[in-house]
Structures are given as C-alpha cells and as structure tokens.
Design a binder for this molecule. Structure first.
Ligand SMILES: [Zn+2]
Length: 334
C-alpha cells in the first residue's frame, strides 16, 4: 500500500513539475498530418525542432482531430530540472491521471496524460543534434502514432501520384538505391525506408512519414549532390524532394509487392507471401510496441496482392520498367 501511495504522490508531483516547466520554456509548435491524423508537436527548443521536423514529409493539414506531442530533449530537461520520480522502477506505471513507460530504443520516458491526451516524451540522453538521426525520429513517431493505430513499415515505394509497388527487404538490399533511381526517372514515392499503414483502412494504402533518404556513396544511385549530411551509419542523408521536386507524395495505393535484391542481371519472378513477410517483418516490428497488431494489419491489407522477387542488375533501367508495369504507371509515349 505504501508503494501505491508513494506512486500517487510522485504522479501529482511530476505533473506539477511538467506544468511549471512548460510555463518557463519557449516551445516551438508545429503541426503535421500523418495518414489523416493531426499531430501538434510542441518542441522544447528551436534546435530540436529543426532537427526532428526536418525529417518529416511536409504534408498539408487536413484538419482531423489528433493529439499533442510534447518532446523535450535531454539538455532542456536538465536545464528545466525536470526530474522523473523513479518510483515505478520497472519502467511501467499506470495511474489515475497518467500512464508512463520507458522506451528502450531512445532511452526516453513517455507519459500519456489521460485527460488531455497529451503525450510527453522526455529524452534521457539525447541532445538537440541527435534528432538529426532518423532512427530517433522513427522511435518518436512510433511512440506517438501507434496508440492511434498507425504503424511504421520498413519499406519503400515507387509509382505515380496514386498507385505504387511496395519495395520490401532488409537494409542493404538496394531498396533506397532503386527508389532514388526511380525518383530521378520521374516516379513518385511515399518514402525510401519507413512509411505508415493505418489500421482503420480497408484498402492497401501507404502513407508518407519521412521525406529524407539515406544512401552510401558506393550506391549506383549516388551522384554526390550538394547540401547533404553524413549520419551515424556513414550514409549520406538528403531530402528526396531535392532529387526531384515534389517526388514525395502523401499516400499511394499498393498494387504489388516487390522484394528487391542486388545481382548481376535484372530478373523478375513471383514469390510467396511467406517470403514477403520474411523481407518485411523483422525490421518493421523491431521498434514497435505492438508487434502482433502490426502483423495483423499487414496481413489484412497486403496478403492478397501479387508479390515478386526483383533482382536488380547493372541494367537498372529494366528493373524500373518492371516496377512501372507492376505499379500500373502509364508510359509517357517515349
Ligand atoms: Zn531542447
């Protein structure tokens, strides 16, 4: 009983601290739409805001009600003396006014306030600059979006404004290289690495989260364009809309699934749903707090689609022809 009392007191104490902290800092507020869900970001400082929001696709507001996400970097949490009362030592806490857990991927304390639907993410060891890392952005988005039924898939797409193929395979399979090559050839995408699916959809739609892409300088799609930054995985990070203006679209309908790999000569052959799941799932569920729900949504949306293995050889143009045909992209008479 003493433990419960202590936890309640800590809860009240922490909320009071949080309110005090928010009165004393200059928040940077920005609104983003994800798959029709409206999220208002209240960032602790301009540096963190610029770094995190710089990853996100610039999707116009659709006016759907959503939630507020307060993100506080470690530097700000420290300067605000915002200390977390660690009475819930197992990292999980569910109280009257708030519930909380620790996210192991980014060492963050996540607090859901029940009445206001405000999600507060206090980062344990990340300075504003660390928000430049897309894996950090991805973890923050998981925390915010999964309770709303939006899941992140480790996949890319290529197609036109409406239809696409889903490109799914583990890192190093040439997904991003093919996506960048396709974008350069005039194709559209919702992203090169991570995109969103909505548990409420009945058709296989995918939604854009990030407009940034990451490539090794050894990739055939690499051309050494300017204005790019090297990230922690020694890949260059850049915006796909800088490869081709308006290349990133809000959403696409998936017409087929393609599992790309790198080989000598380009070839295409059908593959099983099992092979698709092996390509798609391990890395998709890694950051998810609800992996079973994610698998269920993916099976329901995509299991009926035609699926193929695409070996991408030195004749990349032929691989892109396969992609266009499977996505139902009309040729422009050339
Ligand atoms: Zn900050």
């Amino acid at each position: 009983l003493a433990g419960v009392e202590l936890a309640r007191e800590a809860e009240v104490e922490f909320l009071r601290g949080l309110k005090l902290a928010s009165q004393h800092r200059s928040t940077t507020v920005s609104s983003v739409d994800f798959a029709g869900v409206h999220v208002t970001f209240e960032m602790c400082c301009p540096d963190a805001a610029r770094s995190l929001l710089g990853h996100l696709s610039h999707i116009p507001r659709s006016g759907t009600a959503g939630l507020t996400a307060e993100v506080i970097c470690a530097a700000c949490a420290e300067s605000l003396r915002l200390t977390i009362p660690w009475v819930w030592s197992d990292g999980q806490y569910s109280g009257e006014k708030l519930s909380s857990h620790v996210d192991p991927h980014i060492n963050a304390v996540v607090i859901y306030e029940r009445e206001t639907l405000v999600t507060t993410i206090v980062l344990g060891g990340l300075a504003p600059d660390d928000f430049d890392r897309r894996d950090v952005a991805r973890s923050i988005l998981s925390i915010i979006l999964e309770p709303l039924g939006l899941f992140q898939l480790h996949a890319a797409t290529l197609g036109d404004q409406e239809n696409c193929v889903l490109l799914a395979n583990k890192s190093g399979s040439g997904k991003t290289s093919l996506t960048v090559a396709g974008v350069r050839e005039g194709l559209s995408t919702v992203g090169d690495d991570f995109l969103a699916v909505n548990a409420r959809d009945s058709l296989p739609f995918v939604y854009s989260l990030f407009s940034t892409a990451r490539l090794h300088t050894s990739s055939y799609a690499w051309t050494g364009a300017v204005g790019q930054t090297l990230d922690v995985d020694m890949k260059y990070q850049f915006d796909l809309n800088n490869v081709r203006s308006s290349a990133v679209v809000v959403s696409q309908l998936v017409r087929a699934i393609v599992v790309p790999s790198i080989g000598d000569r380009t070839s295409l052959h059908e593959c099983s749903w099992r092979e698709v799941m092996q390509a798609l799932m391990p890395s998709s569920i890694r950051v998810s707090k609800y992996p079973k729900d994610l698998i269920y949504v993916v099976e329901r949306l995509f299991a009926g689609l035609p699926s193929f293995q695409l070996v991408v050889g030195s004749d990349v143009g032929m691989a892109l022809q396969h992609v266009k045909k499977l996505a139902g992209v009309e040729e422009s008479g050339t």
